[in-house]
Structure formats: C-alpha cells, structure tokens
Design a protein around this ligand. Sequence first.
Ligand SMILES: Cc1cc2nc3c(=O)[nH]c(=O)nc-3n(C[C@H](O)[C@H](O)[C@H](O)COP(=O)(O)OP(=O)(O)OC[C@H]3O[C@@H](n4cnc5c(N)ncnc54)[C@H](O)[C@@H]3O)c2cc1C
Length: 493
Amino acid sequence: MKDADVIIVGAGNAAFCAALAARESGASVLMLECAPQAVNGGNSRFTAGAIRFAYDGVDDIRELCPELSEEQIEITDFGSYTTDQFYDDMFRVTRYRTDPALCERLVMSSRDTMSWLKSKGMRFLPIYGRQAFKVDNRFKFWGGLTLEAWGGGPGLVDQHTKIALEQGIQIRYNCRVLNLDFDGHKVNGVQVRSSEEVFNLKSDSVVLASGGFQANSEWRTRYLGPGWEMARVRGSRYNTGDGIRMALDIGASSYGNWSGCHAVGWDYNAPEFGDHEVGDGFQKHSYPWGVMVNATGKRFVDEGADFRNYTYAKYGRVILEQPDQFAWQIFDQKVTHLLRDEYRIKQVTKVVANTLEELAKKMEDVDVNGFLREMDEYNQSVLTDIAFDPNVKDGRGTKNLEIPKSNWANTLDEPPYEAYQVGCGITFTFGGLRIDPDSGRVLNTDFEPVPGLLAAGELVGGIFYFNYPGGTGLMSGSVFGRLAGHSAANHRV
Ligand SMILES: Cc1cc2nc3c(=O)[nH]c(=O)nc-3n(C[C@H](O)[C@H](O)[C@H](O)COP(=O)(O)OP(=O)(O)OC[C@H]3O[C@@H](n4cnc5c(N)ncnc54)[C@H](O)[C@@H]3O)c2cc1C
C-alpha cells in the first residue's frame, strides 16, 4: 500500500516546483521536510527571491509582472537578457566547465519556467533597489537579473506553500528522511524519523530536493578543504548533504565541483547559521564601489573585475584565504549613497573615521602602516580622466598596480570614511548527484537511471563550477524541480 505516488524530500523552492509539476500531472504528492514549520523553506527562504531568466524585452517583463503600472514601465529601461547572454554568463563564470546539456536545459527552459510559475499563482516584481540605478530620471537594469519573487525569499516560500496546499499537496514538517527504501533495483519509498518515531513510507518515486552539504562542517572540511569549517553558513542549518549521502549509499554517481561552492563576503560577526530576522542582510555586496584590504592592509582582489553578480559568489573563498580569514571594505562619501541596504542593518561590523589614519587604527587587526601605504599608492593610480558610471563597466580603473581595479575606481579622499569587516559566508555547495538532463532521474555509477529516484536543486552536480551568476540557484531549482516532478508523476522512472 503506497502512501503517495510521489514523495519529495525537502520543502524549498526545488521541492515545491517538483511537487507542483507532479501534481499537475495527476500524482498524489507528499513532501517531507526535516525543519519545523516555523523555519520552513530551507535556503530558499533566506534568498532575496532574485531569479535569473532569459527575456527579450519589456513585453516579457510586462507579461510576468501584470501589476506594473504604465508609469513604471515608462521610466524603466529593462533592456533584454537573451539566451545567448545567459549561456555566455554560465560558461564564462564556470570557466567553461558547466555541463552543456544541463546548462542548455537551464537556459532554454528559464523563460518558460517563469510563465509556468506565474500560471501557478507566483507573483514577481522588478528588483528596482538592487539591480537598477536611476540615471537621468530613468531606471536602467544591468547584470541580467531583473525580477524577484514578491516578498523576497520569505514571500517565495509562503506563496509556494499556499499554492501547494491549495493543490492538495501534503507537507509534513519535522520529518527527517534518513534513507531510501531501495530493493537493489528500484527506490520504493523512504525511511523517516519524526520526533516520535522512525517509520517507512512507500511511493512510486522519490524526488530528492534536500539541498547541498554547506551546513555540514565535517563535509565542508573534507571536500572544500581545511579552513572551511570556519566559514559561516548564510542560510539553512538543515542542508547537511543528507540527500546526496543517501543516494550515494545506493550507488548513485557523484558529479560536479565537489571542492567548489558559492561563498560571499559576510559580516565578520554573523552567527554560525543564517538568521531569519536578518535574512541576507549580513552579506556585503557593494565592494565594487570601494576597496577591500586584508590584515596586512593590502588589497588582494580586483573589486571591480565585473558587476557584483559575477564576482560575489567566488570572493567569499578569496576572503577565507586571507590571513586570519577576514577583510575590510572601505568607502568614502563619493559612493556611500550607492551602498546596498544591507549596509544599514543594525547588526553590522562597521567603523567610521574622518581621516584614513584614524580609520586604520579603528579597523581591528589591520597593519596601520601597510594600509596607509596601500591607500597612498591606490589613490595615485586611479584613472580619474574616465567618468565613473555604476550602471556600466565604466573602465575607470587603476594603472600600475600589482592588483588592478578594472572598473569603478575612485580615489578615497572624501571623509567620513566607512569600513565594514567581512569574513566568508558559504551559500551552497556545487558538488552533488549526476542526473539525466532530459528527465531529472538520478544516474548510478554505470550512468544508468536509478528507477524511482530523481533529484533537483542544490544537490544536483555539474551545473556550477568555481563561480555562479546571481539568481541562478532559484532558476536551477525551478527548472529541474519541474522536470523531475513531471518525470516522477509520468511513471517514466
Ligand atoms: C542568504 C542567501 C541568499 C540567496 N539569494 C539567492 C537569490 O536571491 N537568488 C537565487 O537564485 N539564489 C539565492 N540563494 C541560493 C538559493 O538559496 C538556493 O540556490 C536555492 O534556494 C536552493 O533551493 P533548494 O530547493 O535546492 O534547497 P532549499 O531551499 O535549501 O531546500 C532544501 C530543503 O530540504 C530540507 N532537508 C534537508 N535534509 C533533509 C532531510 N534529510 N529530510 C527532509 N528534509 C530535508 C531542508 O530543511 C530544506 O528545507 C541564496 C542563498 C542564501 C543562503
């Protein structure tokens, strides 16, 4: 006697997309989530809800955001983000290692998946605050990241939950899936632990959507390397690699960049795991407008190499590799008005000073003389004859520096100066399971599908290597969740 046609492990974005797709194909669906309902939604709840997809222009945005007024449309240049640009971004940031078939599925299905989500009742709106600046009274979007879910990450999860319940999908919280019920050939269900008991549930198929292993400090150190146990986890403490482990236990193939992850500059004094009250507020993503120095007072990375969407996910690792694993981001009054709202939260590690000397003394554990020498050299190197423009890669860089700043370089000379201390915050891991790009089925070490087993979301390997274009995690979970849900329900497994 089966408990559901399809069992889904997890209740984040990928899981909900799988559940909705399975349900629309006529299957009965049971979602099992180990977290309590009060902190539901996994990493997806911690997001800003920003979601990357290819679009041709304003008409696509209008279709996805019917609530946009004509006046808003009038004052906004949404530009376009073609499938070619999405491909280019994926291949460039992953250094041409993204699996071409998975990448094609992700990019080519992205626009349609947005319409599908909208058809289910999901509401989106443009990311005016973070992805567009106002120039000559017109907002101009940049970086290929234009829409977010209504209400950000919490809004995304709340909308998903409401839609799922309306569709008759069952969600059980406080249910940790321990193992797959595998007969040596096919997966027939799962073993579950609730607060009261351990029990088995039967189904035709199981979709694993339980996230990466970023919240497992032992696996982090084992696979990402020494030092990674010291990183803070930006999101859910529940993504400990369970789904990956239980699939590997029955012979699934591992795939992708197991020593790689998405990690960012994150407030140095942030807690061990994400805090729902603060959300993604501990991130500090405005470094392209300033400079970053380490304990020696020296710069160590090109802060302006690209739009932050294309660098932020790899700079967490760079910060982790610095002496004592921290950095300070420094800005002067020419750019403080450009700082993202996360710089204004109350839980921030910040110092302010009227001179660089005073600032140097306030920045804990930084070599004062090293810093002053570095700033002197930096200020002299800025190509001030090129105009500063935050909306484009302005080419206003530095000359003759060992570590150049390629865009948005400004002299630091307008006090008061502000400095923010950051450490490394890990978002999610890149290594995971190998899936069939056409069905979402998990493949075994002979590269054959494991009957009854599918996967989607963070635990799928092979999509991201080294780096990541912002907003692609939610799209990946949506595309592959939808695919896995349809396949699971259509008994193709
Ligand atoms: C601070 C932050 C900001 C981010 N911002 C963005 C953004 O704006 N845009 C974007 O695209 N991406 C963003 N990301 C990345 C994004 O969160 C992930 O790519 C995406 O949410 C992953 O979705 P998922 O469904 O795979 O995993 P999750 O949403 O994490 O869901 C996995 C679920 O599985 C559950 N689970 C784990 N183990 C078990 C088990 N054994 N049994 C049952 N349940 C289990 C977990 O509790 C969790 O609820 C951000 C991440 C963080 C942390």
